[in-house]
Design a protein around this ligand. Structure first.
Ligand code: NAD
Length: 495
């Protein structure tokens, strides 16, 4: 099959946008080639074509970035909060002005539909705005000790140099969700983006530089040797925090690494979100929420609904209506007009999706729509709805990370909760019911860091985002997100 280029929105415009994105490392406020001179290819998953070659950071480059961040640290920490806040606000403004450009870069290197990419770019920019507002509200505390002997004073100080490691699925938002609070708190950072999507991170660095972030405060080091580069940085005693978003498997490795130097860690890891639909739910709202929870980002989200549990009496209707909506989605290159679902990030993602679906079909599930890899160029998977999925199917245990909705029925609330909690993950869950008391009761019983009640989307820069169990440690977003980049210092003082 040939590439589906006829519908590509404007290839020339895309090339023009790409030509302006920096492709070198950003260290100490300058753009530079990698120490060993290496570069690696970045692909467009819609066509498989190479769209850029990015400097391949080495261990020496990672350590040079730590040098720069450490040197810039004291002055940045001492910069008045209002000044740090104004720089973050400027970054929000510049990113908002360049929204289309940022979205195009996201779509080209990640594959997601432009409509999703624009949503991500706007969401990502909001972290700069939200943290520009929080930066001037880093309140401490003073109280009298119970004995009356002294005052207990608590101040929040920046943790220091932070290494930030981000995934490919939200290349802008996962970077700003870390950089916004880190910079607001007075920390300096080295960002190591995913190697599938380094361009968006480099564009963020350019925006922050334009916004007036001083040299060395933000450093970006893409690398194909993530393990070695991140390990060298985390083993450097000047690094005081490692914030990671990615798979549980890599998170586990990094937690062990962080143990050697007792580095502060925040871990935003994998999810396996249950989506519960009770018979008393508003079915239109449940379908609409299911489409958002499942299909935002083409299913490539840690928050994606991974398992649908629907009360028996409404399950057939729910499956038929969901299948109709899923089957009507327009699949195509992310930047093509009207595309609602782009390709997955690469062929390995398609293979994983296909393996999980085939496993479910072999164990008795039935595809109401989709269920296979389409015959076309690019890393695509057909939007799929599966019913009659056995409760022990692998597709209910592993992150699908694609446009596939497996449906299982339940008979009562206790069973729904049991199913929802039958996972090692605990990031987010969704509950649809017309009975608010039940919605809140079930929310409390579900082992997850976040619950959407009659909502298919929970992410918000103003809210604490994060998981329990093997979905992670720590919270990003909200005021908690800022405090995660600080140490509380207790001063006992008598006056
Ligand atoms: P990944 O774990 O493969 O990679 C994440 C990052 O870690 C990338 O930058 C990668 O280059 C780097 N990395 C890989 N191996 C490393 C190593 N040994 N040492 C240091 N760094 C290493 O994850 P991914 O495939 O990029 O992203 C998808 C995963 O991210 C999914 O599991 C998804 O659920 C999760 N995710 C979680 C959240 C959240 O907030 N909880 C958000 C988005 C994505």
């Amino acid at each position: 099959m040939t590439a589906d280029t006829s519908t590509v929105r404007n290839a020339a415009a895309n090339t023009d946008v790409l030509s302006k994105v920096p492709t070198d490392l950003f260290i100490g406020g300058s753009w530079r080639a990698a120490a060993a001179g290496g570069r690696f290819d970045v692909h467009d998953p819609a066509t498989g074509e190479v769209i850029a070659q990015v400097a391949d950071g080495t261990v020496d480059d990672g350590l040079a970035a730590v040098d720069a961040a450490a040197a810039a640290g004291p002055a940045w920490a001492a910069t008045p909060p209002r000044q740090r806040a104004e720089i973050l606000r400027k970054a929000w403004q510049l990113m908002t002005e360049r929204l289309d450009e940022v979205a195009t870069v996201i779509s080209l290197e990640n594959g997601k539909a432009l409509v999703d990419a624009k949503g991500e770019a706007a969401y990502a920019a909001e972290f700069f705005r939200w943290y520009s507002e929080e930066t001037v509200r880093m309140d401490g505390m003073v109280t009298t000790a119970p004995s009356g002997a002294n005052k207990i004073m608590v101040v929040h100080q920046p943790v220091g140099v932070c290494v930030l490691v981000t995934p490919w699925n939200f290349p802008a938002a996962m970077a700003t969700r870390k950089m916004g609070p880190a910079l607001g708190a007075g920390c300096t950072v080295v960002l190591k983006p995913a190697s599938d999507t380094p361009l968006t991170a480099l564009l963020m660095a350019q925006i922050l530089d334009d916004a007036g972030v001083p040299k060395g405060v933000v450093n970006v080091v893409p690398s194909r040797k993530s393990g070695a580069v991140v390990a060298a940085m985390v083993n450097d005693e000047r690094v005081r925090k490692l914030s990671f978003t990615g798979s549980t498997e890599v998170g586990r490795t990094l937690l062990k690494l962080a143990a050697d130097t007792i580095v502060n860690t925040s871990m935003e890891l994998g999810g396996n979100a249950p989506f519960l639909v009770f018979a008393d739910a508003d079915m239109d709202a449940a379908i609409e929420g299911a489409m958002i929870a499942k299909m935002r980002n083409g299913g490539e989200a840690c928050t994606a609904a991974n398992r649908f549990y629907v009360e028996e009496s409404v399950a057939e209707d729910f499956a038929a209506r969901l299948a109709e909506k899923m089957g009507a989605l327009k699949v195509g290159p992310g930047t093509a007009d009207g595309t609602q679902v782009g390709p997955l990030v690469n062929d390995a993602a398609v293979e994983k999706c296909d393996e999980l679906v085939r496993g479910a079909l072999e164990s008795g599930a039935r595809a109401v729509v989709g269920g296979s890899v389409p015959e076309r160029t690019g890393s695509y998977y057909d939007p799929t709805v599966l019913v009659d999925v056995p409760a022990d199917a692998a597709i209910l245990r592993e992150e699908i990370f694609g446009p596939v909705a497996p449906i299982v029925t339940f008979t009562d609330e206790a069973e729904a909760i049991r199913y929802a909690n039958d996972t090692e993950y605990g990031l987010v869950a969704y509950v649809y019911t017309g009975d608010l008391a039940r919605g809140l009761r079930v929310s409390e019983a579900i082992e997850a860091g976040m619950v959407g009640v009659n909502r298919g989307l929970v992410s918000d820069p103003a809210a604490p985002f994060g998981g329990v169990k093997q979905s992670g440690i720590g919270r990003e977003g909200g005021h908690e997100g800022l405090l995660d980049y600080t140490e509380s210092k207790y001063i006992a003082v008598a006056w």
